[in-house]
Design a protein around this ligand. Structure first.
Ligand code: ADP
Ligand code: ADP
Length: 225
C-alpha cells in the first residue's frame, strides 16, 4: 500500500485552478519525480504537502494518517529548495543541527548526527565555515543534510540542482540518488529537466496545467515501442 497518498488535491490562486484534483500514491523508499513546464504547479504541490500552502480540497495521507491539519513542523516532511536558504549567521554544523535543536535534541545527539551527515556529504572540513564561504553545490549538500538531520518520513526536493553548473549538477544528482537509496528515503523530486528525471527516478509523473497527465517508470515513458 501507499506510504504517502494524495487524494484529489485542489488549489486555486484567485480564480485560477493551479492544482486540479491531483491523485498520487508513493511507496516507501520510492523516488518519484514531478516533471513539467514552469508554472504547471509542481512547486505548489510540494508546498501543499509540506504544509507551507493551504489546500482548498483533498487529503494527504502519510502512513494512512491525514496530515492536512498538522502544522508544517509536525508533518515529518523535509524540504529542500532551489535556493539553498541556509541561515547565513550559522555555521555549517549549526545549520545542520538547527531543526534538531528546535525539537529539543541533546547536544551530544546533535553533534553525533551532524558529524555523521557531514561525513556523508563529504564536508567534514567545513563544519565551522559559514554558508557564504561555500560553493553552490556545497551549500545545497548542507541544505540536504539539514533536512535529513530531523529524520523526516518524506523528503521533498524542489529543483535542488537547477541553480548549479552543469558539471556540479551531474555529480550532485548522483550523490542525491545514493543518499536517497542508502536511507530508503521516500522522495519527491521536482524538475523541468527530462534527463534529470530519467536518470534519477523510480517513477516519473508528467504534470501539465495542474494535473498529473501520465506516469510510469523512466523505461515506460521514454522507450518508444
Ligand atoms: P511550477 O513549480 O511548476 O513552476 P508553481 O507551482 O510555482 O509552478 O506555479 C503554478 C502557478 O501558480 C503559476 O501560474 C504561478 O504563477 C501560480 N502561483 C504560484 N504561487 C502563487 C501565489 N502565492 N499566488 C498566486 N499565484 C501563484
Ligand atoms: P518557481 O517557478 O521557481 O517555482 P516562482 O518564481 O514562480 O517560482 O515563484 C516564487 C514565489 O512567488 C513563490 O513563493 C510563489 O508562490 C510566488 N508566486 C508565484 N507566482 C505568483 C503570482 N502570480 N502571484 C503571487 N505570488 C506568486
Amino acid at each position: 500500500s501507499a506510504y504517502l497518498e494524495l487524494q484529489g488535491i485542489r488549489k486555486q490562486f484567485g480564480n485560477t485552478n493551479v492544482l486540479n484534483h491531483v491523485d498520487l500514491q508513493i511507496r516507501e523508499g520510492e523516488l518519484v519525480t514531478l516533471l513539467g513546464p514552469s508554472g504547471c504547479g509542481k512547486s505548489t504541490l510540494l508546498r501543499c504537502i509540506a504544509g507551507l500552502t493551504e489546500i482548498d480540497g483533498g487529503q494527504i495521507l502519510l502512513e494512512q494518517k491525514d496530515i492536512v491539519n498538522l502544522a508544517p513542523r509536525n508533518r515529518e516532511i523535509g524540504m529542500v529548495f532551489q535556493s539553498y536558504a541556509l541561515f547565513p549567521n550559522l555555521t555549517v554544523a549549526e545549520n545542520i543541527q538547527y531543526g534538531m535543536k528546535m525539537r529539543g535534541a541533546s547536544k551530544g545527539e546533535r553533534r553525533n548526527r551532524s558529524e555523521e551527515l557531514l561525513a556523508l556529504i563529504d564536508l567534514e572540513d567545513k563544519r565551522d565555515a559559514y554558508p557564504q564561504h561555500l560553493s553552490g553545490g556545497q551549500q545545497q549538500r548542507v541544505a540536504l543534510a539539514r533536512s535529513l538531520a530531523v529524520q523526516p518520513k518524506v523528503l521533498l526536493l524542489d529543483e535542488p540542482l537547477s541553480a548549479l553548473d552543469a558539471k556540479i549538477r551531474k555529480n550532485l544528482r548522483t550523490e542525491i540518488r545514493d543518499i536517497q537509496k542508502k536511507f530508503n528515503m521516500t522522495t519527491i523530486f521536482v524538475t523541468h529537466d527530462q534527463e534529470e528525471a530519467l536518470i534519477l527516478s523510480d517513477r516519473v509523473c508528467l504534470m501539465n496545467k495542474g494535473s498529473i497527465v501520465q506516469q510510469g517508470t523512466p523505461e515506460e515513458l521514454y522507450t518508444t515501442p
